[in-house]
Design a protein around this ligand. Structure first.
Ligand code: MIG
Length: 785
């Protein structure tokens, strides 16, 4: 009897501990190394829990992927292959991989990954206790957090430039009425740059599941961590010692943007919605009549027949081609919206074809998923499938045949009413939670690849709301449904700057704020900031007042016009900046943290919204309620663009900031090519390229770039490129040798000199001074080269 009791107790103990194990997830920590093997270009390290793989992609980019079960290796983001070059040294307790730019020291037991500069300075290390860690399918990497460490990046996120002390979630979400702290939003860019001890590094967590980043927000500053609900601990570590070079490496890895059609860099007029062809034409006519330079008008969802994608409303848009022909005659380009949801309606072409070919998302038993959006009950194309992408892409003939050249991809998080698509919905082989964060990117890809094919040698313009790392290869992005108040304008600017860190150069916000009605002051101010935003689009929600430039009274319209004129004058500079981005991945709007990484002032709340627009222009966003502003000018000398007033940098200055004059500065030595005023990018202009040079004490140069603005011929050398340089010691400006076979549309060069003293600094151009004639003390000469 006694014995029986004992065994019962033991049985109970075993039973209850099993119960315990069933009810509570175990945290599994990556343990001790059991084997190390090199297979071709990959180093494979096994522990009891998992397998780690390490590849060298370039001297400054090393990839680590840790998994319990590595599946087929594929990525939506990455376009590069690992290099064959992987050398390592192994001792009894560590493995070391050293390249010219990075040193990875892998401690074997327990298995931890620690990154250093080649000479051994710490860049970033695993938390020694926890490193990589699982709780069921959730995978997390805990990292050491250094006292002075800052973080920037993650793309479209609210909050501060410096993300230290904050945490974020990536889960693409339709977020109307989002506020200054809302998270997550529409896009996922799991890439950040860390900085401490005067050093920099980058980390890209290429995992499409819902993911999490905590930069010491809720860990009592003991550690930072990132992880995901599923998938592998798969990351790329960047070791370059400048933020700019890290961005170049990240965009090398995930791809560069193509040159955008130049018309997409002009002023864009949008609204939800211009309700008829007549209204669209009225808007375009009014812009021309009022001499507001512009290139683009939009059709939002109401151009369609019952919101059916790839259709036109026969009553309100009876003759799309006729309308677009008229727009073209006025030098306008039309962009139309497309949503992913395909209306469930037998007889509707896209519905019938998609059903017949099984192109839509399903439940696991094959029943098609239905979610409601604008058209009512809808199916959702599986854009992860190549055949579906081709089918979607080919459908655009309904829009391209009448002449549409821009394709706005909305609602592709994907959004459904009430925002709760079930987790078991399948897109081909993927369940929704795994694919959600790349759905929008794959829709943009389908749109870009399809329209590019249809348009032949013409560049399509694609704009998407949802995105994932690598989207720059296909599309521009905007920051979704912002709101008409000052804090949102500033927040939007930080997002534009942050998106630039993660490879998105062609970005914009809805000027004026999508939801709500801006005050006239806010509209004017926001428009002046739009001049210095890569994509410059005025857009508003359906329940707001009309907000075209003439809706604000004559005086305000005059200010708005003058600002938009400035945008058009700057286009040669802006277009050249896009070429730089196409070549290197550097953004157009650059947080000051890129060029002035070690200057703590740029991270302060007062100055964190400031940015460089291209290499040479510094912009300070200002609330519409302020008429002066404290602007932080980093080290060096600066000139105010509007007055040529000169400032010593390395300090904050208080400057006038009336609504007519946003604080915009140029660097001493800046070279900024401009042109005369035109009403659209299609207008030929006076043929004079105005090369503005601001005097400085250091040599400077600028790569001027031009092409036809619309075709892909630039891939074959049909462009016009020259380096323009200024040497203050020799007092010479050199217009370098012309590269490429394109004939510039400018036949004359006019030098506009700023800050030069007429007597002492006569400037030679390409060795000659005889052609120079000053028209006044500080300005101009005309030279022909
Ligand atoms: O449910 O197409 O963010 O720019 O105007 C709203 C109508 C759908 C959301 C987009 C917005 C667009 C609007 N769309």
């Amino acid at each position: 009897m006694k014995r029986y009791c004992y065994s019962l107790v033991i049985l109970l103990i075993i039973y209850s501990s099993n119960l315990f194990a069933q009810q509570h997830m175990q945290a599994e920590i990556l343990g001790n190394t059991e084997s190390v093997n090199k297979q071709g270009n990959v180093l494979i390290i096994k522990t009891k829990e998992a397998e780690a793989r390490v590849w060298v992609y370039s001297p400054s980019v090393i990839r680590v992927s840790i998994s319990k079960e590595h599946s087929a290796d594929s990525s939506f983001a990455v376009v590069q292959e690992p290099s064959g070059d992987l050398q390592y040294k192994e001792t009894s307790d560590s493995i070391t991989i050293t390249t010219s730019a990075l040193k990875l020291v892998i401690s074997k037991s327990p298995l931890r990954f620690n990154f250093y500069t080649p000479d051994g300075k710490v860049l970033s290390e695993d938390d020694p206790r926890f490193g990589t860690n699982w709780q069921a399918t959730r995978v997390v990497n805990y990292r050491k957090l250094y006292k002075d460490e800052r973080f920037i990046g993650l793309g479209e996120k609210t909050g501060n430039l410096d993300r230290r002390g904050s945490a974020y979630v990536n889960w693409n979400t339709d977020a109307p009425n989002h506020g200054p702290t809302t998270d997550p939003l529409y896009e996922t860019f799991p890439f950040f740059v860390g900085m401490h001890n005067g050093l920099t590094y980058g980390l890209f967590f290429d995992n499409t599941h819902k993911s999490y980043f905590d930069f010491g927000a809720s860990t009592d500053e003991q550690m930072s961590w990132f992880g995901a609900d599923g998938g592998d601990m798969n990351y790329y570590f960047f070791g370059a010692q400048s933020v700019a070079q890290i961005i170049e490496d990240y965009t090398w890895l995930t791809g560069h943007m193509e040159m955008p059609p130049i018309w997409s860099l002009g002023y864009q007029q949008c609204r939800w919605s211009y309700m008829s062809a007549n209204e669209v034409l009225d808007i375009a006519t009014h812009l021309r009549k009022d001499k507001i330079p512009a290139d683009v008008v939009y059709c939002d969802i109401d151009y369609m027949d019952h919101y059916k994608i790839f259709t036109w409303n026969k009553t309100t848009f009876p003759d799309p081609k006729g309308m677009i022909d008229k727009l073209k005659a006025m030098d306008f380009h039309l962009v139309t919206i497309v949503d992913p949801g395909i209306k469930v309606e037998p007889g509707y072409k896209q519905f019938d074809e998609g059903v017949a070919k099984n192109y839509f998302a399903t439940y696991p038993d094959g029943e098609k998923y239905i979610g409601s959006v604008w058209p009512g009950r809808c199916h959702f194309p599986n854009f992860t499938d190549d055949a579906v992408r081709k089918w979607w892409g080919a459908s655009f003939t309904a829009l391209t045949e009448p002449g549409v050249e821009g394709f706005w991809n909305d609602m592709n998080e994907p959004a459904v009413w009430n925002q709760s698509m079930p987790w078991m919905v399948k897109f081909g082989k993927y369940y929704m939670p795994e694919i959600r964060n790349v759905y929008g990117m794959q829709m943009a890809r389908a749109t870009f690849e399809g329209t590019k094919k249809i348009l032949g040698n013409k560049r399509p313009f694609v704009l998407t709301r949802a995105a994932y790392s690598g989207t720059q290869r296909y599309s521009a992005v905007w920051t979704g449904d912002n709101s008409a108040y000052d804090a949102h304008m500033l927040l939007g600017q930080r997002m534009v700057n942050s998106l630039g860190i993660t490879g998105m150069s062609l970005v914009g916000v809805d000027i004026g704020g999508f939801s709500g009605n801006p005050t006239p002051e806010l509209m004017v101010r926001w428009n002046s900031l739009g001049v210095y935003t890569p994509m410059f689009r005025n857009h508003a929600a359906h329940d707001t007042k009309y907000r075209e430039p003439w809706q604000w009274g004559n005086a305000n319209e005059d200010i708005i016009r003058k600002d938009i004129e400035q945008r058009y004058k700057l286009l040669p500079y802006i277009y050249s900046s896009f070429y730089q981005s196409h070549q290197t991945g550097l953004p157009i709007s650059r947080t000051l943290a890129i060029n002035y990484t070690q200057d703590t002032m740029v991270y302060t709340e007062n100055f964190q919204n400031q940015f460089l627009f291209g290499d040479n222009i510094l912009v300070a966003p200002v609330e519409s309620t302020k008429l002066t502003e404290n602007v932080y000018l980093p080290q060096g000398e600066w000139y105010r663009l509007s007055s040529d007033e000169k400032f010593e940098g390395g300090k904050a200055v208080n400057v006038p900031a009336p609504l007519t004059d946003l604080p915009v500065f140029v660097k001493a030595g800046a070279i900024i090519p401009m042109q005369n005023l035109v009403q659209s990018t299609n207008e030929k202009g006076d043929g004079i390229l105005k090369i503005n040079v601001w005097n400085g004490s250091e040599a400077s140069s600028f790569v001027y770039y031009e092409d036809d603005g619309s075709s892909y011929d630039y891939h074959d050398g049909t462009y016009y490129k020259r380096v323009i340089s200024f040497d203050p010691v020799k007092k010479e400006i050199v217009l370098g040798t012309i590269e490429g076979s394109y004939a510039s549309k400018y036949t004359k060069v006019e030098l506009v000199l700023h800050g030069f003293d007429r007597k002492t600094s006569i400037v030679k151009v390409n060795g000659k001074s005889s052609d120079l004639t000053f028209t006044n003390a500080n300005k101009v000469v005309t030279v022909m080269y």
